[in-house]
Design a protein around this ligand. Structure first.
Ligand SMILES: [Zn+2]
Ligand SMILES: [Zn+2]
Length: 361
């Protein structure tokens, strides 16, 4: 079948074109996409694009076709896509680390070659083995999670990356407990979800740090108790860390970096007290100069991928929190775009104008 798709072609270059999507193999599912979230990782990935691939890794839609071996969903089901695609048997899957699956995982990369082709018949890859910014996605069955009826698809698509990453970093990785103090550096799509997860687990103080006043307002709506506007020239947030440390009467128990800014990769260490936990959530991959005294004393520096997502455990929990009004999703969708408006969506993301932008298909 033909599907209008956003295809990355070269560094910072993409086009909206028709692709041909095959019928599913026995363990694959074809999903008619209805909503695709726009994430910082989309921009990072596009900046280094070298082979053509369908963009997007956050998405929700309706099942259009299932392979013969698919049992957990049927044609017409509303579904969410997750990029924790686990084989269930490799060394990582055996210890429960679904996000690190060595066979189908994000780093292994597993879009079946030839399942998506361009007009000339050349195979086109899929971002995170999903490729959600398209009318249709062909994915492995492990990537598909059935959605309850009460979550709008434009809100549900955020669960597949921004929400899971933020929530899981707090709950699964750092295991923040009630009464703790939490600092969140950067209040974009992921940071706002760290804030709301900290609220949900009962953190006593949630300090939100950003350089944009509008983002801090949003952070307060999500549950931040102390918004802190950082000056743009505070390069490593050293001055802001001193201010926050004074404010809390000592460092925080936990600090999360959600800014995607390479200079801030080690900054959460500045905000935690001895024995505290620093969590770089945005996965910055850059060479930085490290002052090792930042790690003193007894601090933990955790690098969770995708909030250590285990789809079978985590998504039902998120659905329930949404139903109980504790997890705010609809409020996070501040901008909507059509597929051809993707350039505007990426510009708004870069300009920090969105909490979450969603491409509605
Ligand atoms: Zn993402
Ligand atoms: Zn595996």
């Amino acid at each position: 079948m033909r599907a209008l798709s956003a295809v990355a072609l070269a560094p910072d270059k993409f086009d909206i074109v028709q692709l041909q999507v095959e019928s599913p193999a026995p363990d694959e599912i074809v999903v008619e996409m209805r909503a695709a979230g726009v994430c910082h990782t989309d921009a990072d990935e596009l900046a280094v694009a070298d082979t053509p691939y369908v963009m997007g890794h956050e998405g929700a839609g309706v099942v259009r076709e299932v392979g013969a071996a698919v049992e957990h969903v049927a044609v017409g089901d509303r579904v969410l896509l997750t990029w924790a695609i686990a084989c269930g048997t490799c060394r990582q899957c055996s210890r429960g680390a679904a996000t690190l699956c060595e066979r189908y995982g994000y780093q292994a990369g597993h879009a079946r070659p030839g399942s998506t082709r361009d007009e000339r018949g050349a195979s086109v890859g899929r971002s995170f083995s999903l490729g959600t910014m398209a009318e249709v996605a062909i994915v492995r069955r492990e990537a598909v999670v059935k959605l309850p009826e009460d979550i709008p698809l434009a809100s549900a698509c955020l669960l597949g990356c921004a929400v899971m990453t933020g929530f899981g970093s707090v709950v699964n990785a750092a295991k923040v407990g009630a009464g703790s103090t939490v600092v969140v550096l950067g209040c974009g799509g992921v940071g706002l979800n760290v804030v709301q997860a900290a609220r949900i687990v009962g953190a006593a103080r949630i300090v939100a740090v950003d350089i944009e006043p509008s983002r801090l307002e949003m952070a307060v709506r999500m549950g931040a108790t102390d918004p802190v506007l950082a000056p743009e020239d505070d390069r490593f947030l050293a001055a802001t860390a001193e201010e926050v440390t004074r404010m809390l009467g000592g460092g925080a128990d936990y600090a999360f970096e959600c800014s995607g800014v390479p200079d801030l990769g080690l900054s959460p260490l500045r905000f935690v007290r001895n024995g505290g936990t620093a969590v770089p959530v945005s996965g910055v991959e850059s060479v930085v100069e490290a002052d090792l005294s930042l790690f003193e004393w007894d601090k933990t520096y955790l690098t969770p991928l995708y909030g250590q997502c285990r789809p079978g455990r985590d998504f039902p929990r998120l659905f329930e929190l949404y139903r109980r009004g504790l997890l705010l999703l609809d409020e996070l969708v501040t901008h909507r775009y059509s597929l051809i408006e993707l350039p505007a969506a990426l510009a708004d993301l870069a300009g920090r104008r969105t909490a979450k932008g969603v491409v509605v298909l």
